[in-house]
Design a protein around this ligand. Structure first.
Ligand code: S3P
Length: 173
């Protein structure tokens, strides 16, 4: 069984994923970390030196590798992963897989992402909270059709990690 956590940057996919994996005694994998290791480069450097199109090709290739491995796994994918190539189709075509969209409102995303935007290549150039708010608003409008294809959507605004984990676990019983 593979549990996939989907969501925009800053929705806590990796933090929650690790805790979920521990609770279930599953392995945990963060797709960005996997890409970084395999490419021997940070995500920011890959964007800078090779460009986003290269990154997106590698993202699809490694996603495919990872979801075709056996064993129990919690997989946190990147915020853009569901929205490129045939990635969402790949996920939906795998019957051993269950997907959760961790949904967070735009003001909370701005609050979380503004101070850590440096390490995120898509938003590192945005210098005010207003600019970030506008960017995320448009970006989510484009991405929602992909995110909403997850099997379950969880509203995570003002929820503790424990509450979100419980929301996920309920669907696994
Ligand atoms: C991206 C999200 C990032 C990373 C890359 C692009 C996106 O992952 O894959 O910077 O397109 O939203 P996180 O969502 O884990 O930050």
């Amino acid at each position: 069984m593979i549990i996939i956590l989907i969501g925009y940057m800053g929705t806590g996919k990796s933090t929650l994923g690790k805790e979920l994996a521990t609770a279930l005694s599953y392995d945990f994998l963060d797709l960005d970390n996997y890409i970084s290791k395999r490419e021997k480069n940070s995500i920011s450097e890959i964007f800078k030196t090779k460009g986003e199109i290269y990154f997106r090709k590698k993202e699809t290739q490694y996603l495919n590798d990872v979801i075709n491995t056996s064993g129990n796994l919690v997989l946190a994918i990147g915020g853009g992963t569901p929205c490129y190539g045939n990635n969402m189709e790949l996920l939906k075509g795998n019957s051993n897989l269950i997907s959760f969209y961790l949904k967070l409102s735009i003001p909370l995303l701005v609050k979380r992402l503004f101070l850590e935007r440096e390490k995120r290549p898509l938003i590192s150039h945005l210098n005010s909270e207003e600019a970030l708010l506008e960017f995320i608003g448009k970006h989510l409008f484009e991405r929602n059709p992909y995110y909403s294809q997850a099997q379950f959507t969880l509203n995570t605004d003002n929820k503790t990690k424990q509450e979100i984990l419980e929301d996920i676990l309920v669907h696994l019983i």
